[in-house]
Ligand binder design. Sequence first.
Ligand code: AMP
Ligand code: MG
Length: 311
Amino acid sequence: MSKSKNTILTEDSSLAAKVLKEGGIVLFPTETVYGIGADSRNLSACLEIYKIKNRPADNPLIVHLGNPGMIQLIGEVSDSVRSLIYKYMPGPLSLVLKKIDESVFSTGLPTVAVRVPSHPKVLEMLSFFGGPVSAPSANLSGQPSITRLEDAISEFDGLVDLILKGPEPEIGLESTVMDFSVDPPKLLRPGYWGFEELKRFVPNLIGVSSLKDGETPASPGMKYRHYAPTAKVFLTETRSPESETAAIGINIPSGWKFSLSVKDNSEYMKHLYSFFRDCDRLGIKEIYCFPPANESGEEAILNRILKAQER
Ligand code: AMP
Ligand code: MG
């Protein structure tokens, strides 16, 4: 797409809400990654997101809401979903529910994914807007999500109507997605919250499974290559430093052309995508990712590295 729009760059969340009301496309930071959003009830605005991102038409968008009380207006909320909402929202968790509001965009599915972000700027924007905002991660389809304003500007200036400035994402990986439209509920994508933590609260939860040939994924997004830089990504435990390649991991040695040594899984999550993007900018051809620590966040980091490794 040609970068022909006159993109507004602002901290004014009421202006962002006005642009959404007029059918515009707004890019905004959340506590997970940057999102690219439109009014969920404006079909042509939602479809424009697919054009801008070059996103496959069957990969649905997550509906962002300004407060947890609005969820029951959009999707079917059982007692167990209600207690989950109380415990985890606002925050980095998306729930797939049976859709009850037909006016909300969802690629024709009978279900809808909802989330209430905890990021202060987005909450302000959503509260000024007053309705649902459909938003996938802000990145061209297949590429790593965006976690820094500079990447948001270089990729989307001229493509969207407004970029909302606010604190940078604290977490760095996309939200956890859980499917409650099925029984028992299923974890579709690990994130800040992983299977072990959630299972304590949802004992019958089923974990992310790898698909067998010919099987239909529960979440359309699961069948696409994702999160990947142009450089080839490898998960490794043993690779020694090399001068022409890059590496990321916990307390890794120096000697690489470019490397990032993080202190724990939180730092790993926060910097993984910006590291991928920096590697591409430096023209690096191979990135070696060392395993995360065996603690909270491990599952999400491994999930993203393995997806990025697919070719
Ligand atoms: P993104 O925000 O770009 O990471 O994309 C949203 C993710 O949520 C994708 O993996 C989608 O497939 C998934 N998702 C959104 N809506 C639904 C739904 N109704 N059912 C299953 N998965 C969904
Ligand atoms: Mg995405």
